[in-house]
Ligand binder design. Structure first.
Ligand code: SF4
Length: 488
């Protein structure tokens, strides 16, 4: 083991030395050392050390949390539920919006009592920690946070934890730059029947409002063989649905100097036995190629759902956002996708109140929403992010005006979502069942191929199975089924 890596305290460093295999082996060595410490602890106290996870933000964070849980499990920790005390409480943080950050500070602060009573320690990781001012604030004001690392050095966690356990000194280590993709880290998946599979990390687009390229680095694609090996292993373990993940998933392979690699990957996955459904997110309109649309049409496993953020309907605003497409291009894409896959469900992201957006611009957004008729839209009020170009731009509209526009958009979109949902009434749909519904455990819950949430009654537990469900009622964001029957 290379003990030169045993650095101390806050260390903002560059990790781009390319020794990814060595790093993965190094992590394995550190995991073994922590496991030994935990085995000694269990022998002397009769207690197994525990952890729990608090995950904020997008699917990339959910997936990172599975790696952190995998490492902790490998090191001998046992995961406990949210209402149980734990030795280690890990936060996987998000910084895309200011209120997400405030919420996280609030949650960390509220744990002081638990930390004092049970001797718990807090580990803070994820996008927020990539911002130096956040790491500084945590260091000064949140003493119960004992370990901090960022998005680029997750694999260092076992080494940092070992350092904390042996020296009992706070450890802050955040890499300023991304390293290469590290394979073969342990994973504790949240589900057996469905899985997230990272295919590309980071983003090169620099939309002027977005913090992601600064905290997740530039695009790095995984090797096609590594992705396929992971998917084959998932399939042989009973996984039925995979979601390919990337901040900009359809630019997969651009950094490898190859064209149309994402479309080719979809054809490759089509041949993996056992996988029934393939999803992917998030797609950028400027990178949605003809070959990808063709692959979506020809690959039977690719679900009839596309999440395609348009953000704003005005060309003037799109240009200021640096989105690199026009509303005309977006509308043309929608037409071509619907020609190729007629039943496709389209969902999107929309920002309201971007600096300089006036009433006319906003009307363009409403016009685009009415024309496309999205199945669902994730709508946000613009939130300035430190370090992005738009942070310095003047806001010309009052918060009241922006809030009223947001409400108007919400009403129009909810109306459209409800109308589209009503079309499901009386139909029988294929549902991949996730398990008991979170809001009503007597019902089972799952998703259609188009991504619609379905709740239904059933005598037998169909978790992880495909079921045919007859839809009797539909609301904007849910479908209710009469009875679910196992398919096949
Ligand atoms: S494409 Fe734009 S919005 Fe999406 S992650 Fe990259 S910079 Fe952010």
């Amino acid at each position: 083991m290379n003990n030169n890596r045993d650095r101390t305290n806050t260390n903002i460093s560059c990790g781009q030395d390319g020794h990814d295999l060595a790093r993965s082996m190094e992590s394995t060595d550190w995991m073994e050392q922590v496991r030994n410490l935990n085995a000694e602890h269990a022998l002397s106290t009769g207690k197994v050390r525990t952890f729990r996870l608090d995950v904020f933000g997008c699917q990339m964070n959910e997936r990172d949390a599975e790696t952190i849980a995998g490492m902790l499990t490998n090191m001998g920790y046992e995961q406990v539920s949210h209402d149980e005390p734990a030795d280690i409480i890990v936060f996987v943080t998000c910084c895309v919006r200011e209120n997400a950050e405030e919420k996280i500070y609030g949650h960390i602060g509220a744990l002081s009592h638990e930390c004092e009573k049970h001797g718990s320690i807090i580990v803070a990781s994820g996008c927020m920690m990539q911002q130096p001012h956040v790491a500084e604030k945590i260091k000064k004001s949140y003493r119960n946070v004992k370990i901090v690392f960022g998005t680029h050095n997750i694999h260092d966690f076992p080494m940092l934890l070992h350092r904390y356990l042996t020296k009992r000194k706070r450890v802050f280590e955040v890499w300023e730059k991304e390293g290469r993709v590290i394979e073969d880290m342990p994973i504790k998946r949240s589900h057996r029947h469905k899985a997230w599979v990272n295919i590309v990390y980071g983003c090169n687009n620099f939309c002027t409002y977005c913090i992601v390229p600064y905290v997740r680095g530039r695009e790095r694609s995984r090797r096609r063989e590594d992705i396929l090996e992971e998917i084959r292993a998932l399939a042989s373990d009973g996984c039925r649905e995979i979601t390919l993940l990337g901040q900009n998933v359809n630019s997969y392979g651009n950094d490898l100097g190859k064209k149309d690699l994402f479309a080719r990957l979809l054809y490759d996955i089509e041949t993996v036995d056992g996988i029934d459904r393939v999803r992917f997110m998030t797609s950028h309109p400027k990178d949605l190629s003809d070959s990808l649309i063709k692959a979506m049409k020809e690959c039977s496993k690719v679900c009839e759902h596309l999440h395609l953020p348009f953000q704003a309907g005005s060309n003037r605003v799109l240009e200021r956002m640096n989105r690199k497409y026009t509303r005309e291009h977006y509308l043309d894409l929608v037409e071509r996708i619907r020609d190729a896959v007629p039943d496709i469900a389209l969902t999107t992201d929309i920002i309201v109140g971007f600096p300089g957006e006036n009433e006319e611009d906003f009307e363009d957004t409403l016009d685009l929403v009415r024309r496309v008729r999205f199945d669902a839209a994730y709508t946000f009020i613009y939130s300035p992010r430190k370090g992005t170009p738009a942070e310095k731009w003047e806001q010309t509209e009052s918060p009241e005006t922006i809030s009223k526009r947001f409400q108007r958009l919400l009403e129009i979109q909810t109306d459209i979502s409800t109308q589209l949902a009503k079309k499901y009434e009386g139909r029988t749909v294929e549902v991949l069942v996730d398990g008991p519904s979170k809001s009503n455990p007597e019902m089972q819950s799952g998703r259609t191929r188009t991504g619609r949430l379905v709740n239904f009654k059933g005598d037998t537990d169909l978790t992880g199975q495909m079921a045919d469900v007859n839809i009797i009622r539909a609301g904007a964001f849910w479908l209710e089924g009469k009875e679910g029957k196992r398919r096949g």
